[in-house]
Design a protein around this ligand. Structure first.
Ligand code: B12
Ligand code: SF4
Ligand code: SF4
Length: 379
């Protein structure tokens, strides 16, 4: 497909399928693979071992191995809502990152991208081998999408488009057809700005434009299993799934609105974006599965979400949270949720909170939780 109208046709199909940006790149290795390898070697990926394991690690350097005969990659961007909350949002409500307010993006975008592929196939009147990737395959999506002209990687490491900001997902469609590559996006519009670096609560944005994931709230709240390092818990505020701070402060996100956001990603109601933490801590396994069946939130499982909710209640420092946390210490079966609730009571630190902690020490059988209770009392 070398027809000069081909890209216009692909662009039109992308737009009618709801994608806000489209660009094409060839299948050659991403120039920044060595930076990815250094990042892995430094351990900044924490426990996300899937990033270091073979064969994925090697495939990131050789995108042609994603699908047999691949010759081009069509990159698309799909917008999700801006992360805006009512100014009166209470610390007793958690905050969910805006990419997770609606339906699971993997399913929504695969459906839409497949529709685009079907339309493309019927236009070209021959069968095209494709593979759609959405945060689901060993692909260095941001550097390759930059090469396809979608935008530049900002200091916060997100891909930013001058027209769409950065609140968008990246989708790759690998094709066994040679397409004319789009011009590379080689400008850097961060300039002297450092707003994201200054706003990041954990200071995890590195000078080399990578993130130390081990300290990133997005990683801690979604990817990290088990106990969250104690020194980082106070920095999480009431973010209970993901974090949008370094995108919220970015000047390139101030001018975008939600007009061409895919409707599947809009929140159903306030509890999709800022759930009541007391109600969340009462959610039982069957209700969790039902509520989050079609949501990206299922990734951190009930144990992760309730652990994060306990941390957020601790950070609220509200005495009103004591009875809820007390109930968790008495009835919750997951030790990780109990241990983070003990920490939260220690952070609230009223006479009643300390009383609850001392009482629970008498019946707590799990050593990891008992140790958290002792530390909470000692602090
Ligand atoms: C692992 C991962 C994470 C990790 C690590 C994030 C990170 N920045 O590395 C964690 C869990 C923290 C995370 C968080 C988030 N993620 Co994430 N994540 C990924 C994933 C699976 C891999 C990213 C990766 O390879 N990281 C390794 C680092 C080393 O790579 P890199 O960031 O591209 O860094 C490159 C640059 O630093 C460049 N470089 C090095 N030096 C220099 C110097 C200059 C001058 C320049 C320009 C570049 C440069 O080389 C590096 C290697 O290529 C991708 C999907 C994918 N397959 O790509 C999604 C992805 C990056 N995530 C995404 C999203 C939406 C998020 C969150 C916004 C979710 C949220 N709200 O909580 C946050 C954003 C946090 C942030 N500021 O990055 C989107 C980003 C879309 C966009 N517009 O950019 C992606 C692309 C998924 C998708 N398909 O839409 N994520
Ligand atoms: S997502 Fe939050 S914690 Fe992670 S780099 Fe951005 S501001 Fe920092
Ligand atoms: S906040 Fe400033 S430095 Fe950070 S990504 Fe946006 S423009 Fe770049």
């Amino acid at each position: 497909m070398r027809n000069s109208n081909t890209f216009d046709m692909i662009s039109d199909l992308s737009w009618t399928n709801g994608f806000c940006l489209a660009g094409i790149t060839d299948i050659s290795p991403p120039e920044s693979f060595s930076k990815f390898a250094n990042w892995i070697n430094s351990g900044a990926h924490g426990t996300m071992t899937y990033l270091q394991n073979q064969p994925g690690f090697a495939i990131r350097q050789a995108p042609e191995n994603i699908v047999a005969g691949a010759r081009s990659i069509l990159f698309l961007a799909a917008r999700y809502p801006k992360s805006e909350f009512p100014s009166e949002n209470s610390p007793l409500n958690g905050i969910i990152s805006s990419y997770a307010w609606g339906e699971d993006y993997h399913q929504v975008l695969r459906r839409r991208a497949q529709n685009l592929v079907d339309e493309l196939t019927s236009y070209s009147r021959k069968s095209i081998q494709t593979r759609i990737t959405i945060d689901s395959a060993p692909v260095l999506e941001k550097p390759l999408a930059q090469r396809a002209g979608l935008g530049w990687q900002g200091r916060n490491t997100c891909l930013i488009s001058p027209n769409c900001g950065s609140f968008f997902f990246i989708i790759g469609i690998f094709l066994d057809v040679e397409l004319e590559p789009s011009p590379v996006f080689d400008a850097d519009y961060c300039g002297k700005c450092r707003k994201c670096v200054d706003a990041c609560p954990t200071g995890c944005i590195q000078p080399d434009r990578t993130i130390d994931a081990r300290r990133c709230i997005s990683y801690l709240s979604i990817e990290h299993k088990g106990s969250i390092p104690r020194d980082l818990r106070p920095l999480m505020g009431n973010w209970i799934f993901g974090c949008d701070i370094c995108q919220n402060v970015c000047p390139w996100n101030q001018r975008v609105d939600n007009i061409d956001v895919m409707p599947e990603f809009l929140p159903e109601n306030n509890s999709s974006s800022t759930p009541d933490l007391f109600k969340l801590l009462a959610v039982q396994p069957a209700e969790f599965s039902k509520t989050y069946r079609l949501s990206p939130i299922k990734r951190c499982k009930r144990v992760g979400l309730l652990r994060n909710a306990a941390v957020a209640l601790g950070n609220s420092q509200s005495p009103a949270a004591v009875p809820v946390l007390e109930n968790i210490l008495k009835t919750e079966i997951e030790p990780v949720i109990r241990s983070h609730s003990a920490w939260a009571l220690g952070r609230i630190n009223t006479t009643k909170a300390r009383q609850v902690l001392s009482d629970s020490l008498n019946h707590e059988l799990e050593e990891s939780v008992a140790s958290e209770i002792r530390q909470a009392l000692a602090n």
